[in-house]
Design a binder for this molecule. Structure first.
Ligand code: ME8
Length: 545
């Protein structure tokens, strides 16, 4: 039972593993930031959280990209994989495992997984005939294919969902009995309504499962695809890249030897473009292999740039490293999570980034911290005492109705934020925090503590109380913001003198003194002065993107 209690606090979060055919872009960073936020949030709640990310390095698309670059595939993959790793390390993505599908441990995991499916009679040799999109590494039914014009005006067949070109192929290969899992998948979804979030995507998957679910080709002939893992017992065939890639989630927690205590806590963050693979193929494979299904699949939508899909040919691909250098890591993270809505696509423009960060981080939050810690107002550089009589007592209490509203809002803020972090509606959490910051600024503005007379004892008590309340608000905001803007929160909490062991979710008891509890902060010194919290960004008139 000790084991059980230990496992209860385990949590496992993943990002998609990223294709190494091209450089990282904004969308990739977005997936990683969402997962990182959830990982940090769980850790603050006392969970033992593991967080895996990495790169997807096999398949036709990569094979062709390496050829085009004139490099041998592994050298090519290593180069791009390092770029992803560097991006994530630079952007405070605190992964605990970085997996590459070209690693030996992964080859072993995939072979083991394949053999299990094979031994269950779930894989058979057959002939696949149908459409294939190399760009999506995806098989499509005729109803998923339509006509379009290519760049030369020639009529071509494309995937209706992605718009990418498809080709007709006919090949002998191995097939997985996907069709036999249709009703089990429907039962799983019906029995677990929260398993795919947001609900919109849950409904999409249920809809897909109303249609025909043909068996799935899970290998390619070696003549076509060499860059991959050979089928165990048949070196003429290479394992389909999606089967290979999905198993990475197991490899990263030690499959096949020691995945148990983590695997049944798996949470996947994915973009909407790869929903079918994660919500239909993956659960079917797992059912076939007798493994538990993921706890939650968190789906997010896409970023467009200047109203258009990001694409090399349009030249509007946002380099996330360059932009996080320009706007700071925390600035980028804040923007992506504050503006990114999981349910629908969002548009990225530098103008919006600058306006948002200046308003909410530099002016509102940074301004509040600056005011309450400025030596002019707080010459002793301490967390002053809270006096409930001067706040809300019968004699001379100076709080007004708006102040009480503010206190109530901040008091309920942790629960509100928690709810939104749990469902990955981080933008709602940030909206709530930012609303409270605004109210606290209003509180300070209303009572203009700089006009109070420090020598007058009644004024002084009130001044201290106003500062105490504001610092408490800041402490709550700093604590709640840690999953989103870790560096800035650290700076803020350090300035307030909050030590690292008082920054977890259990430290969120707001203003304990006003609730008749001892305030651990009363009289404590503030931390050292550390400059502005977030420097205002210059607007970039020449470049509106
Ligand atoms: O699909 N906006 O890799 P990938 C937001 N290797 N997110 C976006 C985006 C955009 N415009 N474009 C991409 C693969 N993404 C596979 C995954 S998992 C076993 C294998 C995000 O490099 C989105 O999360 O094409 C997408 O799912 C992810 O990047 C992977 O992109």
């Amino acid at each position: 039972s000790t084991q059980l209690i230990k496992d209860e606090k385990n949590f496992y979060i993943t990002t998609p593993i990223f294709y190494v055919n091209a450089a990282p872009h904004l969308g990739h960073l977005y997936s990683a930031v969402i997962a990182d936020c959830l990982h940090r949030y769980k850790q603050l709640q006392g969970f033992n959280s593991r967080f895996a990310t990495g790169t997807d390095e096999h398949g036709l698309k990569i094979q062709q990209a390496a050829e085009a670059a004139g490099k041998d595939p592994l050298t090519f993959c290593t180069g791009v994989s390092e770029r992803f790793k560097h991006l994530f390390s630079s952007c405070s993505i605190s992964f605990t495992d970085y997996i590459r599908t070209t690693e030996l441990r992964h080859h072993q995991a995939v072979k083991h997984f394949w053999s299990l499916l094979w031994n269950q009679g779930l894989i058979y040799k057959g002939v696949y005939e149908g459409w294939y999109s190399t760009q999506d590494e995806s098989f499509l039914t005729p109803s998923q294919v339509g006509n379009a014009l290519d760049s030369l005006g020639k009529e071509v067949k494309v995937s209706l969902e992605s718009g990418h070109k498809v080709e007709w192929m006919k090949e002998e290969n191995y097939m997985f009995r996907l069709s036999s899992f249709q009703s089990q998948l429907v039962d799983w979804l019906r029995g677990n309504p929260g398993v795919i979030q947001p609900e919109r995507f849950y409904n999409v998957v249920l809809q897909w499962l109303q249609e025909d679910l043909p068996d799935l080709s899970v290998s390619r002939h070696r003549n076509r695809l060499q860059w991959g893992i050979p089928v165990p017992g048949d070196t003429e065939q290479t394992i389909y890249v999606w089967l290979d890639a999905l198993v990475n989630y197991l490899t990263a927690v030690g499959y096949p030897d020691q995945h148990d205590q983590w695997w049944h806590k798996a949470h996947h963050v994915i973009g909407k473009d790869i929903l079918k693979f994660h919500a239909i193929y993956w659960p079917a494979f797992l059912l076939g292999a007798g493994l538990p299904l993921p706890q939650v699949i968190h789906v997010h939508s896409h970023w467009t740039v200047g109203g258009k899909k990001m694409s090399k040919s349009l030249g509007n691909v946002v380099d996330p490293l360059e932009h996080s250098q320009k706007f700071t890591n925390d600035g980028m993270r804040y923007f992506l999570l504050r503006q990114g809505v999981p349910d629908s696509d969002c548009d990225y423009t530098q103008d919006k980034v600058i306006k948002l960060l200046n308003a909410e981080l530099a002016d509102s939050l940074g301004g509040l911290l600056n005011r309450c810690t400025a030596p002019a107002l707080n010459p002793d550089q301490v967390y002053p005492s809270f006096c409930s009589q001067s706040f809300h007592g019968d004699q001379g209490g100076r709080a007004v109705t708006d102040d009480l509203h503010m206190l109530a809002a901040v008091k309920s803020l942790p629960a509100v934020v928690e709810k939104h972090y749990e469902s990955m509606h981080v933008y709602k959490a940030l909206e709530a925090i930012s609303g409270c910051v605004r109210q606290t600024n209003g509180f300070v503005q209303r009572h203009a503590p700089w006009k109070l007379e420090r020598k007058d004892s009644r004024d002084r008590r009130w001044l201290d109380t106003v500062l105490h309340v504001s610092l408490e608000c800041l402490r709550i905001y700093g604590t709640l913001l840690q999953p989103v803007v870790p560096e800035m929160s650290n700076k803020l909490l350090t300035r307030l003198g909050v030590p690292p062991d008082e920054r977890s979710w259990t430290a969120l008891n707001f203003l304990p003194r006003s609730q008749g509890l001892d305030s651990p902060f009363e009289g404590r010194p503030l931390g050292p002065e550390s400059g502005v919290l977030f420097s205002r960004l210059e607007s970039q008139n020449r470049d509106k993107q």
